[in-house]
Ligand binder design. Structure first.
Ligand SMILES: *Cc1c(COP(=O)(O)O)cnc(C)c1O
Length: 354
Protein backbone atom coordinates (compact mmCIF):
# COMPACT_ATOMS: atom_id res chain seq x y z
CA UNK A 1 0.00 0.00 0.00
CA UNK A 2 1.28 3.41 -1.00
CA UNK A 3 1.63 6.01 1.77
CA UNK A 4 0.62 9.52 0.64
CA UNK A 5 2.57 12.29 2.33
CA UNK A 6 1.24 15.77 3.00
CA UNK A 7 3.92 17.86 4.67
CA UNK A 8 3.11 20.52 7.21
CA UNK A 9 3.33 24.16 6.14
CA UNK A 10 3.73 25.31 9.75
CA UNK A 11 6.50 23.33 11.44
CA UNK A 12 6.25 23.57 15.22
CA UNK A 13 8.96 24.88 17.50
CA UNK A 14 10.95 22.00 19.01
CA UNK A 15 10.81 21.67 22.81
CA UNK A 16 13.71 22.30 25.20
CA UNK A 17 15.70 19.04 25.28
CA UNK A 18 16.57 19.38 28.95
CA UNK A 19 12.93 19.23 30.00
CA UNK A 20 11.19 16.77 27.69
CA UNK A 21 9.59 14.49 30.27
CA UNK A 22 7.39 11.78 28.79
CA UNK A 23 4.60 12.09 26.21
CA UNK A 24 4.11 15.87 26.44
CA UNK A 25 5.30 16.99 23.00
CA UNK A 26 4.39 15.65 19.58
CA UNK A 27 6.12 15.95 16.23
CA UNK A 28 4.94 17.70 13.06
CA UNK A 29 3.27 14.71 11.41
CA UNK A 30 1.08 11.68 12.09
CA UNK A 31 0.30 8.52 10.15
CA UNK A 32 -3.28 7.31 9.56
CA UNK A 33 -4.80 4.40 7.67
CA UNK A 34 -8.52 3.60 7.63
CA UNK A 35 -10.28 0.26 7.74
CA UNK A 36 -13.74 -0.62 6.50
CA UNK A 37 -15.36 -4.04 6.48
CA UNK A 38 -15.23 -5.39 2.92
CA UNK A 39 -12.65 -2.83 1.85
CA UNK A 40 -9.84 -3.63 4.25
CA UNK A 41 -7.12 -1.14 5.23
CA UNK A 42 -7.00 1.75 2.79
CA UNK A 43 -5.99 5.37 2.29
CA UNK A 44 -2.64 5.26 4.12
CA UNK A 45 -1.38 8.78 4.63
CA UNK A 46 0.96 10.99 6.62
CA UNK A 47 -0.54 14.37 7.39
CA UNK A 48 0.29 17.33 9.64
CA UNK A 49 -0.25 16.44 13.35
CA UNK A 50 -3.82 17.49 14.13
CA UNK A 51 -6.90 16.68 16.27
CA UNK A 52 -9.33 13.98 15.15
CA UNK A 53 -12.93 14.90 14.54
CA UNK A 54 -15.23 12.07 15.69
CA UNK A 55 -18.99 11.73 16.09
CA UNK A 56 -20.01 11.58 19.80
CA UNK A 57 -21.55 8.14 19.11
CA UNK A 58 -18.21 6.76 17.90
CA UNK A 59 -17.79 3.19 19.08
CA UNK A 60 -14.45 3.64 20.89
CA UNK A 61 -15.91 6.18 23.37
CA UNK A 62 -18.59 3.75 24.52
CA UNK A 63 -17.30 0.21 24.11
CA UNK A 64 -13.57 0.80 24.20
CA UNK A 65 -12.17 -1.12 21.26
CA UNK A 66 -8.79 0.57 21.57
CA UNK A 67 -5.32 -0.93 21.63
CA UNK A 68 -1.84 0.56 21.50
CA UNK A 69 1.86 -0.11 21.26
CA UNK A 70 4.93 1.62 22.63
CA UNK A 71 8.44 1.63 21.21
CA UNK A 72 11.31 4.03 20.61
CA UNK A 73 13.61 5.32 17.88
CA UNK A 74 17.17 5.88 19.12
CA UNK A 75 19.81 8.10 17.57
CA UNK A 76 23.29 6.55 17.59
CA UNK A 77 26.49 8.55 18.04
CA UNK A 78 27.10 8.22 14.28
CA UNK A 79 23.68 9.70 13.55
CA UNK A 80 21.96 6.44 12.60
CA UNK A 81 18.31 6.03 13.59
CA UNK A 82 17.69 2.66 15.23
CA UNK A 83 14.49 0.81 16.14
CA UNK A 84 14.54 -2.08 18.62
CA UNK A 85 12.78 -5.27 17.40
CA UNK A 86 9.93 -3.33 15.72
CA UNK A 87 8.36 -6.44 14.14
CA UNK A 88 7.68 -7.71 17.67
CA UNK A 89 5.52 -4.64 18.36
CA UNK A 90 3.55 -5.16 15.16
CA UNK A 91 3.10 -8.85 15.94
CA UNK A 92 1.83 -7.89 19.38
CA UNK A 93 -0.55 -5.28 17.95
CA UNK A 94 -2.08 -8.14 15.97
CA UNK A 95 -2.38 -10.33 19.04
CA UNK A 96 -4.12 -7.40 20.82
CA UNK A 97 -6.28 -6.80 17.71
CA UNK A 98 -7.37 -10.40 17.62
CA UNK A 99 -8.37 -10.40 21.30
CA UNK A 100 -10.42 -7.21 20.88
CA UNK A 101 -12.13 -8.38 17.65
CA UNK A 102 -10.26 -5.78 15.64
CA UNK A 103 -8.78 -6.25 12.15
CA UNK A 104 -5.18 -7.41 11.80
CA UNK A 105 -2.48 -5.31 10.12
CA UNK A 106 0.29 -6.58 7.88
CA UNK A 107 3.43 -6.63 10.03
CA UNK A 108 5.77 -5.40 7.29
CA UNK A 109 3.39 -2.62 6.32
CA UNK A 110 3.18 -1.49 9.97
CA UNK A 111 6.97 -1.39 10.29
CA UNK A 112 7.20 0.48 6.97
CA UNK A 113 4.66 3.06 8.19
CA UNK A 114 6.70 3.60 11.39
CA UNK A 115 9.94 3.99 9.43
CA UNK A 116 8.39 6.41 6.93
CA UNK A 117 6.97 8.64 9.67
CA UNK A 118 10.18 8.57 11.77
CA UNK A 119 12.24 9.42 8.69
CA UNK A 120 10.01 12.40 7.88
CA UNK A 121 10.20 13.73 11.47
CA UNK A 122 13.82 12.73 12.06
CA UNK A 123 14.80 16.24 13.16
CA UNK A 124 12.57 15.68 16.18
CA UNK A 125 14.72 12.86 17.56
CA UNK A 126 16.40 14.50 20.55
CA UNK A 127 20.18 14.31 20.74
CA UNK A 128 20.81 14.79 24.49
CA UNK A 129 22.18 11.75 26.32
CA UNK A 130 19.56 9.06 27.01
CA UNK A 131 16.75 10.83 25.15
CA UNK A 132 14.78 9.19 22.34
CA UNK A 133 11.72 9.46 20.12
CA UNK A 134 8.79 7.53 21.59
CA UNK A 135 6.56 5.88 18.98
CA UNK A 136 2.90 5.31 19.79
CA UNK A 137 0.95 3.26 17.24
CA UNK A 138 -2.71 2.71 18.19
CA UNK A 139 -5.98 1.47 16.73
CA UNK A 140 -9.49 2.68 17.58
CA UNK A 141 -12.96 1.61 16.48
CA UNK A 142 -14.82 4.35 14.63
CA UNK A 143 -18.39 3.26 13.76
CA UNK A 144 -20.59 6.29 14.59
CA UNK A 145 -23.36 4.18 16.14
CA UNK A 146 -24.42 2.77 19.51
CA UNK A 147 -25.01 -0.93 20.16
CA UNK A 148 -22.58 -3.44 21.65
CA UNK A 149 -20.88 -5.19 18.75
CA UNK A 150 -17.53 -5.08 17.03
CA UNK A 151 -17.18 -1.95 14.91
CA UNK A 152 -16.99 -2.24 11.11
CA UNK A 153 -14.57 0.66 10.76
CA UNK A 154 -11.25 1.49 12.44
CA UNK A 155 -8.31 3.86 12.29
CA UNK A 156 -4.68 2.83 12.80
CA UNK A 157 -2.71 5.92 13.80
CA UNK A 158 0.94 6.53 14.69
CA UNK A 159 2.14 9.56 16.64
CA UNK A 160 5.67 10.41 17.79
CA UNK A 161 6.87 12.11 20.95
CA UNK A 162 10.41 13.21 21.84
CA UNK A 163 11.06 11.96 25.40
CA UNK A 164 13.66 12.66 28.03
CA UNK A 165 16.07 10.17 29.60
CA UNK A 166 14.20 7.91 32.03
CA UNK A 167 17.08 8.15 34.50
CA UNK A 168 18.61 11.62 34.20
CA UNK A 169 20.69 10.83 37.32
CA UNK A 170 21.55 7.24 36.34
CA UNK A 171 19.64 4.02 36.95
CA UNK A 172 17.99 4.05 40.40
CA UNK A 173 15.65 1.76 42.37
CA UNK A 174 11.95 2.42 43.02
CA UNK A 175 9.52 1.50 45.79
CA UNK A 176 6.65 -0.78 44.83
CA UNK A 177 3.31 -1.41 46.56
CA UNK A 178 1.87 -4.93 46.34
CA UNK A 179 -1.84 -4.35 45.70
CA UNK A 180 -3.94 -6.48 48.08
CA UNK A 181 -7.47 -5.77 46.86
CA UNK A 182 -7.83 -4.70 43.23
CA UNK A 183 -6.71 -6.92 40.37
CA UNK A 184 -5.65 -6.01 36.85
CA UNK A 185 -6.60 -9.04 34.79
CA UNK A 186 -7.62 -12.68 34.91
CA UNK A 187 -6.76 -15.60 32.70
CA UNK A 188 -9.23 -15.64 29.83
CA UNK A 189 -9.55 -11.86 30.04
CA UNK A 190 -7.65 -9.17 28.17
CA UNK A 191 -4.49 -8.91 30.29
CA UNK A 192 -2.15 -10.08 27.54
CA UNK A 193 -3.44 -7.43 25.12
CA UNK A 194 -2.20 -3.83 25.19
CA UNK A 195 -5.83 -2.78 25.39
CA UNK A 196 -6.70 0.71 26.66
CA UNK A 197 -9.31 -0.61 29.12
CA UNK A 198 -6.69 -2.56 31.07
CA UNK A 199 -5.04 0.72 32.02
CA UNK A 200 -8.32 2.49 32.88
CA UNK A 201 -9.02 -0.31 35.37
CA UNK A 202 -5.60 -0.02 36.98
CA UNK A 203 -5.60 3.68 37.84
CA UNK A 204 -7.51 3.48 41.12
CA UNK A 205 -4.95 1.15 42.72
CA UNK A 206 -2.18 3.26 41.21
CA UNK A 207 -3.43 6.43 42.87
CA UNK A 208 -3.88 4.68 46.23
CA UNK A 209 -0.27 3.46 46.04
CA UNK A 210 0.95 6.93 45.01
CA UNK A 211 -0.73 8.46 48.10
CA UNK A 212 1.18 5.99 50.26
CA UNK A 213 4.45 7.07 48.62
CA UNK A 214 4.93 4.22 46.15
CA UNK A 215 5.63 4.78 42.45
CA UNK A 216 4.04 1.63 41.09
CA UNK A 217 1.68 -1.20 41.92
CA UNK A 218 2.69 -4.85 41.79
CA UNK A 219 -0.36 -6.85 40.78
CA UNK A 220 -1.26 -10.24 42.18
CA UNK A 221 -3.29 -12.81 40.23
CA UNK A 222 -7.02 -12.19 39.94
CA UNK A 223 -8.18 -15.52 41.36
CA UNK A 224 -6.16 -16.27 44.50
CA UNK A 225 -4.49 -12.85 44.90
CA UNK A 226 -1.34 -14.68 45.68
CA UNK A 227 0.79 -15.11 42.57
CA UNK A 228 2.91 -12.28 41.15
CA UNK A 229 1.69 -10.83 37.83
CA UNK A 230 3.45 -7.63 36.76
CA UNK A 231 4.06 -3.96 37.63
CA UNK A 232 2.17 -1.05 35.98
CA UNK A 233 3.53 -1.17 32.44
CA UNK A 234 6.43 -3.47 33.27
CA UNK A 235 7.07 -7.18 33.63
CA UNK A 236 8.86 -8.22 36.78
CA UNK A 237 11.86 -10.40 37.63
CA UNK A 238 13.30 -11.64 40.94
CA UNK A 239 16.66 -13.17 41.73
CA UNK A 240 16.34 -15.78 44.42
CA UNK A 241 19.42 -17.74 45.56
CA UNK A 242 21.19 -17.10 42.26
CA UNK A 243 18.25 -18.06 40.04
CA UNK A 244 16.26 -15.46 38.10
CA UNK A 245 12.50 -16.08 38.10
CA UNK A 246 9.67 -14.29 36.33
CA UNK A 247 5.95 -15.09 36.05
CA UNK A 248 5.09 -17.41 33.14
CA UNK A 249 2.86 -16.03 30.36
CA UNK A 250 -0.55 -17.50 31.08
CA UNK A 251 -2.80 -14.93 29.46
CA UNK A 252 -3.15 -12.32 32.20
CA UNK A 253 0.14 -10.47 31.80
CA UNK A 254 1.57 -8.50 28.90
CA UNK A 255 4.25 -10.38 26.95
CA UNK A 256 6.87 -7.65 27.06
CA UNK A 257 9.51 -7.39 24.35
CA UNK A 258 12.00 -6.20 26.98
CA UNK A 259 10.99 -9.25 29.08
CA UNK A 260 11.71 -11.58 26.17
CA UNK A 261 15.05 -9.87 25.46
CA UNK A 262 16.04 -10.08 29.15
CA UNK A 263 15.26 -13.81 29.34
CA UNK A 264 17.29 -14.34 26.17
CA UNK A 265 20.29 -12.38 27.49
CA UNK A 266 20.30 -14.09 30.88
CA UNK A 267 20.29 -17.51 29.21
CA UNK A 268 22.96 -16.31 26.78
CA UNK A 269 25.12 -15.38 29.78
CA UNK A 270 24.60 -18.86 31.20
CA UNK A 271 22.39 -17.81 34.09
CA UNK A 272 19.58 -19.95 35.43
CA UNK A 273 16.20 -18.41 34.46
CA UNK A 274 12.75 -19.82 34.95
CA UNK A 275 9.29 -18.70 33.92
CA UNK A 276 6.85 -20.01 36.48
CA UNK A 277 4.29 -19.18 39.16
CA UNK A 278 5.80 -17.16 42.04
CA UNK A 279 3.70 -16.46 45.11
CA UNK A 280 4.13 -13.36 47.23
CA UNK A 281 4.56 -15.71 50.21
CA UNK A 282 7.51 -17.40 48.51
CA UNK A 283 9.12 -13.99 48.03
CA UNK A 284 8.44 -12.97 51.61
CA UNK A 285 9.98 -16.20 52.86
CA UNK A 286 13.02 -15.85 50.59
CA UNK A 287 13.42 -12.29 51.85
CA UNK A 288 13.23 -13.42 55.49
CA UNK A 289 15.98 -15.97 54.84
CA UNK A 290 18.11 -13.38 53.05
CA UNK A 291 17.72 -15.20 49.72
CA UNK A 292 15.81 -12.55 47.75
CA UNK A 293 18.80 -10.91 46.12
CA UNK A 294 17.32 -8.59 43.48
CA UNK A 295 14.09 -7.51 41.87
CA UNK A 296 13.52 -5.37 38.79
CA UNK A 297 10.87 -4.41 36.27
CA UNK A 298 11.33 -4.47 32.48
CA UNK A 299 9.63 -2.33 29.83
CA UNK A 300 10.31 0.00 26.92
CA UNK A 301 10.13 3.24 28.94
CA UNK A 302 12.65 2.43 31.70
CA UNK A 303 14.25 -0.64 30.05
CA UNK A 304 15.21 -1.93 33.52
CA UNK A 305 13.72 -0.53 36.71
CA UNK A 306 15.39 -1.88 39.85
CA UNK A 307 13.06 -2.43 42.81
CA UNK A 308 14.50 -1.20 46.09
CA UNK A 309 11.53 -1.94 48.29
CA UNK A 310 8.35 -4.03 48.16
CA UNK A 311 5.51 -3.25 50.54
CA UNK A 312 3.21 -6.19 51.22
CA UNK A 313 0.57 -6.51 53.88
CA UNK A 314 2.09 -3.94 56.17
CA UNK A 315 5.62 -5.29 55.94
CA UNK A 316 8.40 -3.69 53.94
CA UNK A 317 10.93 -5.85 52.14
CA UNK A 318 14.05 -3.81 51.41
CA UNK A 319 16.01 -5.45 48.59
CA UNK A 320 19.75 -5.32 48.04
CA UNK A 321 19.98 -2.58 50.71
CA UNK A 322 17.80 -0.41 48.45
CA UNK A 323 20.45 -0.37 45.72
CA UNK A 324 20.49 -1.43 42.07
CA UNK A 325 21.53 -5.07 41.80
CA UNK A 326 24.34 -6.38 39.60
CA UNK A 327 22.06 -8.30 37.24
CA UNK A 328 19.77 -5.29 36.76
CA UNK A 329 22.79 -3.08 36.07
CA UNK A 330 24.35 -5.49 33.57
CA UNK A 331 21.05 -5.92 31.71
CA UNK A 332 20.48 -2.17 31.60
CA UNK A 333 23.96 -1.48 30.20
CA UNK A 334 23.66 -4.23 27.60
CA UNK A 335 20.16 -3.37 26.38
CA UNK A 336 20.64 0.40 26.25
CA UNK A 337 24.06 -0.21 24.65
CA UNK A 338 22.44 -2.18 21.83
CA UNK A 339 19.50 0.23 21.49
CA UNK A 340 21.70 3.31 21.10
CA UNK A 341 24.17 1.47 18.87
CA UNK A 342 27.05 1.75 21.39
CA UNK A 343 27.46 -2.03 21.58
CA UNK A 344 27.61 -4.52 18.74
CA UNK A 345 24.17 -6.02 18.12
CA UNK A 346 25.04 -9.70 17.79
CA UNK A 347 21.40 -10.78 17.96
CA UNK A 348 20.02 -8.76 15.03
CA UNK A 349 17.66 -6.83 17.29
CA UNK A 350 18.13 -3.35 15.90
CA UNK A 351 16.63 -2.14 12.63
CA UNK A 352 18.06 0.89 10.86
CA UNK A 353 15.75 3.58 9.51
CA UNK A 354 17.33 4.49 6.18
C1 LIG B 1 3.88 -2.38 27.52
C2 LIG B 1 3.77 -3.16 28.78
C3 LIG B 1 4.82 -3.96 29.29
C4 LIG B 1 6.21 -3.94 28.71
O1 LIG B 1 6.29 -4.33 27.39
P1 LIG B 1 7.59 -3.93 26.54
O2 LIG B 1 7.32 -4.56 25.22
O3 LIG B 1 8.75 -4.54 27.23
O4 LIG B 1 7.64 -2.46 26.51
C5 LIG B 1 4.57 -4.75 30.40
N1 LIG B 1 3.36 -4.73 31.01
C6 LIG B 1 2.35 -3.96 30.58
C7 LIG B 1 1.06 -4.02 31.28
C8 LIG B 1 2.53 -3.16 29.46
O5 LIG B 1 1.53 -2.37 29.04
Amino acid sequence: MQIKIEKTKNPKQKPDQSNLGFGKYFTDHMFIVDYAEGKGWHDARIIPYQPLSLDPATSVFHYGQAIFEGMKAYLSAEGKILLFRPRKNMERINSSDDRMSMPLIDVDFGVEAIKTLVKLDRDWIPTADGTSLYIRPFIISTDPALGVRASNTYKFIIILSPVGAYYPQGIAPVKIYVEPEYVRAVRGGTGYAKAAGNYAGSMKAQSIAAKKGYVQVLWLDGVERKYIEEVGAMNVFFKVKGEVVTPALEGSILPGITRESVIFLLKHWGMKVSERKISIHELQEAHNKGELEEAFGTGTAAVISPIGELSWNGSRMVLNYGNTGDVAHKLYDMLTGIQFGRLKDEFGWTVKVE
